[in-house]
Design a protein around this ligand. Structure first.
Ligand code: GDP
Length: 480
């Protein structure tokens, strides 16, 4: 046997073991060809079958994407018909992703929608407002995933909803009643318990409809693993189940050149010379119910007890400045939080202090927006940069239930420590713990079996071998 030439190995890494396709103009999206130089190399390899499905998807997207003949004709047909009596006359089928919640929620639901599109031979388009302009590169070669701004489907007010069809007992409806487009709300809907999206019957029904809209914010991938008709394909695509998001997320989300500029500048200035890069993601959902002092105390207890951060030696000033300590271990800590006080408190703790083993600890918090903002492009850019920088760390601490943290760990392939709810989790007996895998948690999974009785699912394990309850949000489920 001979060793492959160096370029081949480099190309393989650059294309993430075949997940990405070559042929893009590299200068229009520098991160696509450079991200492998910044991320740890991944032990999780995409299966040849997953790669072949993605190549097929790209081909379909090229044929059916915006401004193709197929797309233009199909959209006219769909816009002009109230029902799908002309089902079969559209050349392609579509699923349009509609945003809900913050950027982390949006990313996990786009990944879910993309997997759905692959499984059902639809193409996925995303409805991006100005708030997401210039955050990501186009993922599909020679095509676009953006729903054109002049699409008649930018406004979905009059599109029939899946929920109203469920109420009409659509399984008995005639073809006449099947609409040509349908809005599927997969958000958390506390008043709507009967969600049967994961059932084969629903999927047969939805497969008739040329255009679907998905509004979510959830990572609903585990529900596909609960849907019998998808099982065979999923097993072939993912012989290893837990890196689903890791593969599909790295396939879809490449920082734009502007985002990549912010990321690589931070990396070169702070991370490059570090012996260890530590990411702390501190998401305080409600400072009234979980005050900052309590969260800070929890963060310190977790990081010091688990030796993620070192204790300081004494409260007196050390005579050594960090630049004097040549040859010492340098740990650089990236703090991601809406609240700047976390970074400041940690800086105060380490500045001019010695640690027991003499490491140098540097703390940086690139942003501190104080509050979550919606429809704000600059704010989203900061969030995307923070999320991505967290994914470049060696040791990661994230916060329970935060999809922001889910994206960081899965892109970076880092099994993080999770900070639990500081007050309610296990009566505060356990403050943090290692996450068991890379998959995001599906916070609001289906509640019912699909058989006629529709009994409530109380324990997932016996019926659905691929899912179990999440540690950070026990009501939710995740792939395992
Ligand atoms: P989740 O609410 O924690 O599940 O995460 P999301 O990303 O869905 O929503 C939180 C939003 O708040 C983010 O998208 C940001 O807009 C903002 N945000 C929360 N934490 C941070 C942070 O650490 N850094 C930045 N830049 N923004 C944050």
């Amino acid at each position: 046997t001979s060793t492959p030439p160096k370029e081949t190995i480099e190309d393989k890494e650059k294309l993430l073991d075949g997940l990405l396709v070559s042929g893009f103009d590299e200068s229009s999206c520098i991160s696509r060809s450079q991200s492998h130089l910044y991320h740890k190399s991944s032990p999780h390899k995409p299966s040849p079958y997953l790669i072949s499905k993605i190549r097929k998807y790209e081909e379909l997207h090229r044929r059916c994407g915006p401004n193709t003949i197929a797309y233009n004709e199909d959209m006219k047909i769909i816009a002009n018909s109230n029902n799908a009596t002309n089902v079969g006359t559209t050349t392609c089928k579509y699923v349009i992703w509609v945003p809900a919640n913050g950027l982390g929620n949006q990313i996990i639901s786009m990944v879910s929608t993309f997997l759905y599109a692959i499984l059902t031979d639809r193409i996925m388009l995303v409805k991006f407002g100005k708030d997401k302009d210039g955050l990501f590169c186009e993922p599909f070669l020679n095509s676009s995933w953006l729903l054109p701004k002049d699409s008649p489907f930018w406004n979905v007010e009059n599109v029939p909803t899946y929920q109203s069809m469920l109420e009409k007992e659509w399984s008995n409806s005639s073809n006449e009643d099947i609409p040509s487009s349908m809005f599927v709300d997969l958000r958390y809907s506390p008043n709507f318990e009967e969600r049967f999206f994961h059932c084969d019957d629903s999927q047969y029904f939805l497969s008739e409809i040329p255009l679907l809209f998905f509004e979510s914010g959830q990572y609903f991938v585990p529900s596909f693993f609960m849907t019998p008709i998808f099982n065979k394909e999923l097993n072939k695509m993912f012989p290893e189940i837990t890196p689903v998001f890791h593969h599909l997320g790295r396939y879809l989300f490449h920082p734009s050149n502007e985002a990549w500029g912010h990321i690589t500048r931070f990396y070169q200035q702070h991370f490059e010379k570090a012996n260890e890069r530590i990411g702390l993601q501190i998401r305080v959902f409600d400072p009234n119910s979980t005050p900052h002092e309590i969260v800070m105390e929890q963060l310190l207890n977790c990081t010091l007890e688990n030796k993620i951060l070192p204790n300081v030696f004494s409260m007196k000033n050390s005579s050594l400045s960090s630049s004097d300590k040549k040859g010492t271990i340098k740990k650089v800590v990236l703090v991601a939080s809406l609240y700047p006080q976390y970074g400041e408190a940690l800086k105060t703790m380490y500045i001019n202090k010695s640690t027991i083993k003499g490491e140098v600890i540097e703390i940086f918090q690139p942003s501190g927006e104080e509050q979550q903002k919606f429809n704000d492009n600059k704010h989203n850019m900061k969030a995307w940069v923070d999320m991505y920088l967290l994914s470049l760390t060696d040791v990661l601490v994230t916060t329970y239930q935060s999809t922001f943290g889910y994206v960081a760990k899965a892109l970076g392939n880092t099994r993080p420590w999770i900070l639990y709810h500081p007050i309610t989790h296990n009566n505060n007996k356990e403050i943090c713990d290692r996450e068991f895998n890379l998959e995001p948690c599906y916070h609001y999974p289906p509640y019912h079996y699909c058989d006629v009785d529709g009994k409530v699912i109380e324990n997932f394990a016996p019926s659905f071998p691929y899912v179990r309850h999440c540690k950070d949000y026990p009501y939710g489920i995740k792939l395992t």
